[in-house]
Design a protein around this ligand. Sequence first.
Ligand code: NAD
Ligand code: USQ
Length: 384
Amino acid sequence: MKILVLGGDGYLGWPTALHLSEHGHQVAVADNFARRHYDDELGVESLVPIEPLRGRIAAWKELTGKEIGCYIGDLTDPVFTYRMIGDFRPDAVVHYAEQRAAPYSMIDRGHAIYTQSNNVLGTLNLLYAIAEIDPRIHLVKLGSIGVYGTPNIDIEEGWLDIEYNGRRDRVMFPKRPGSFYHLSKVHDAHNIEFACRIWDLRATDLNQGVVYGQQTPETARDDRLATRFDYDAVFGTVLNRFVIEAVIGHPLTVYGTGGQIRGLIDIRDTVLCIQIACENPATKGEFRVFNQMTESLSVREIAETVARAYPGEVTIENLENPRVEAPEHYYKVAHTKLVDLGLQPHLLSDTLIESLFEITKRYAHRVRPDALRPTVNWRSPSSS
Ligand code: NAD
Ligand code: USQ
């Protein structure tokens, strides 16, 4: 298949492009390097050094003989987006190209507006480009399991069958997300569902859990193919941060009691899920939702798992939670659709955590410990 990976310079986009290329697909990536600019803005960088995008692509070609196409531009620019879709004419578009950090979206008004306009307008441009150029193109869109929040009922895969006053209907599962970033995914989902309904587009919304890990079989082949590994309090995600904190002897920064439960997924499963979604496309007019996570753990359990796996001493610190989220809650999420299509999940294991300790030890000198402390507070609205 011809597959275009938007956000192909990012943490997940780059390993996905390599995985799809390795498995025989003709791949192109697109990116505007916004993620590298956020690092400059925040004064941090990936723990693992990363090559410039063109250097990565050249290294892949040198090692495997396989070409990856490259489009540099911004999805919020409709001219760029239309030209790219028209030029590459993909069978599937994997859309990762959004601002993806909840804390970044909560810094202040400007960052909330940037996040929602970047994410929602980019996706709208893409929907129009697909609808006009070729509505058969399958959109595989990265959403977030956090869009559902933590309701006191079981979470279904996107849709809910309800009976009310004696009548039945199927509605999109109610959303109650916890940041302006997560809300951008809710708005995207509604726009995509609407486009499928009116223009007969085909789309898969992948409501993914928090990703952990840094290597896939493809990125591990050569240092030049490494993907980013973030540890700072804005872009670093919980398990990755705890691993890095353990290695440098920093207390594990559990927010609140750590009773909040989250869905998790190994980066190796992320790339497999994308392959599965592309190779088994949604049908004409279908807006399909998969919950892309493989297990649920509380933040406290994540910290305890990392502490148990680390051979040295680890302390756990309960910080006042800078976010507004339920400290203890019911959490049961359906996630069978990708397994039904063939996903065999890697569950969190000590071996994976040990390999992350090894990667971290190699680059521990690059950690800026002050960047580990959370600075963005959900309760303090600010216009600057
Ligand atoms: P990332 O920030 O590392 O990658 C996103 C890439 O998209 C970056 O390279 C960025 O430069 C690019 N981009 C952003 N806006 C763009 C625009 N307007 N035009 C062109 N390129 C643009 O993020 P990631 O961790 O790889 O996440 C990728 C996607 O997966 C995101 O949509 C995110 O919401 C979703 N997701 C991530 C996780 C996770 O734990 N990392 C979990 C669930 C869902
Ligand atoms: N947390 C801590 N300590 C930390 C960091 C986080 O206790 O040092 C807690 C947070 O309070 C939260 C949980 O861990 O309860 C997850 O936080 P996170 O920063 O790892 O992940 P999150 O903000 O949920 O966002 C990440 C990605 C985002 C993706 C989302 C999937 O950055 O792109 O959409 O995971 S989810 O939220 O599961 O839908």
